[in-house]
Design a protein around this ligand. Sequence first.
Ligand code: BGO
Length: 272
Amino acid sequence: MKQYKIALAGNPNSGKTTMFNDLTGSAQYVGNWPGVTVEKKEGKLKGYGDVIIQDLPGIYSLSPYTLEEIVARTYLINEKPDAIINIVDGTNIERNLYLTTHLLELGIPMVVAVNMMDLVEKGKDKISLDKLSAELGCEVYGISALKGNGTKELAARVVELIKRKEQVQPLHVFAGSIEHAIAHIEDAIAQKAEQKNLRWYAIKLFERDKKAVSALDLPNDLFHDIEQYIVECEMEMDDDAESLITDQRYDYIGRVVAKSVKKHRDHALSVS
Ligand code: BGO
């Protein structure tokens, strides 16, 4: 019987452990990731004998700077999970979506679970899950992992997505000059990486991510061509490549939130 794998990814404190426990019950295996003392938890999805949920360490991005980020991205690229559930703290959505933008670039089918909806519903801001879904280009569900609301429906939908082998096409595009460089880089590495991960690798190479460079084992001439595309873009946009990507991610998240979250404004006038 084929075993399907779903990776659970999210920021620290987004409710990942609560959701993992809810989805797997007591059928859990706890160990360490190879070579590091970062806890590794996996478990069978309740009600589905052929689906494993892999809990990833809590992370804020897929950059190569922390052990947790390296563990998470190595798993996502090398172990090829069939889908990702990205759990997002709905009370802190803007900050949590930063990781979402990275995950969507991996080319892996993904569903966003906006958690803590019990708290969101008590608050004054209103999240439109439909608009969020339209802006991100992936399915979005509201859940409360603590109360077990919406989690089973979400899991059933992800299993359906996997078995239908639905593909993802991230909607977010960077500025024209950056996309131009990314397209050249994708062409240059087409033989070196899997088709579905090409965009993720190309963006990482554009950022001069050393771990991505060494993972692809690029020959010198290819590496120099890529550096040329990056430098041309940096000169045109007058900033370094890594900052360009980070700034544009934040601009994009700002636009997504502006369209999908109605913020409460206190109109009370001060009479002082
Ligand atoms: C404490 N709703 C609400 N209201 N809270 C939630 C939900 C939800 O849907 N999901 C999770 N939480 P983790 P990571 C706590 O532990 O799963 C809460 O890091 C406390 N602890 O109960 O651990 C959850 O694995 C004392 O809260 O997240 C937990 O991603 C007082 O969010 C916290 C208040 O969840 C983090 C809360 C001693």
